[in-house]
Design a protein around this ligand. Structure first.
Ligand code: PGA
Length: 247
């Protein structure tokens, strides 16, 4: 794994945005897998700036998001549809028909999961996938115990994930307990993966991912088996390991 050690959240965001910007402008990546959560917010801000200040044709770029909460409509303020609109899509020129997320309100979720897998296939697969990491080692909503060969499916969220995400919901509002997520098998088929991690609450999971046994108990460890992963992490997220001994 290629590790880019940066100082802090701001530098991680700038470097992560630059990584995606280079993928897009070089034409290497036409299908970009996107992530939500607190970590990528700064990256998206920098990406918007870069795309705005450069003449970049986005008409044939597609984005596919990792996941969506079950039960939240596309216009719910806490849905990932809204997150993507608020943090990125409203500011850039990727055609709306090219922005893809799983639906959180499908009538038939088995079919919705199959549709999403088909869509990714029809697009020719994901060229570059952006990932965060959960403090419990999850990637997307693949919680500990998720199968390494899993495809897009409905999952129950771990109690600690519901707790971590409750900060985005109004007091008294129920945090969804299920989501549709790309599976680990789906994610591992991405040609290139860039993970961003910031803060000491991620340090143990980052250490496990880089140095631990590859096990479904810590989903991110599967990335040790992928041939093209770049981790952009700040000093706090890397505080439990000696990077020199890993590379
Ligand atoms: P966070 O979530 O960016 O909100 O910390 C990351 C993740 O759970 O993948």
């Amino acid at each position: 794994m290629n590790i880019i050690q940066v100082q802090d959240y701001e530098e991680m965001s700038e470097q992560g945005a630059e990584f995606l910007f280079q993928e897009i402008t070089s034409g290497r990546s036409k299908v970009i897998g996107l992530a939500t959560g607190g970590t990528p917010v700064g990256l998206y801000k920098h990406l918007i700036d870069k795309l705005k200040t450069n003449e970049v044709l986005l008409a044939d770029v597609h984005t596919v998001n990792l996941d969506e909460y079950i039960g939240l409509s596309d216009d719910h303020p806490n849905s990932y549809h809204q997150y993507m609109f608020q943090n990125l899509f409203q500011f850039i020129d990727i055609p709306s028909a090219n922005r893809h997320l799983p639906s959180g309100t499908a009538t038939d979720f088995s079919e919705e999961c199959r549709r999403y897998e088909r869509l990714i296939q029809q697009l020719g697969g994901v060229d570059t996938q952006l990932l965060g990491i959960g403090a419990n080692g999850h990637i997307a909503f693949n919680e500990p115990g998720s199968p390494f060969d899993g495809r897009t499916r409905v999952v129950d969220l771990a109690a600690e994930t519901i707790e971590a995400n409750s900060r985005y919901f109004a007091e008294g509002e129920t945090v969804p307990s299920q989501a549709v997520t790309m599976g680990i098998g789906t994610i591992m088929e991405s040609r290139r993966i860039v993970m961003i991690a910031s803060g000491k609450e991620k340090a143990a999971a980052v250490k496990e991912m880089l140095t631990g046994e590859v096990t479904e108990n810590c989903p991110a460890t599967v990335l040790q088996k992928h041939g093209d992963v770049t981790l952009i992490a700040d000093a706090e997220a890397l505080s439990e390991i000696d990077v020199k001994n890993i590379q």
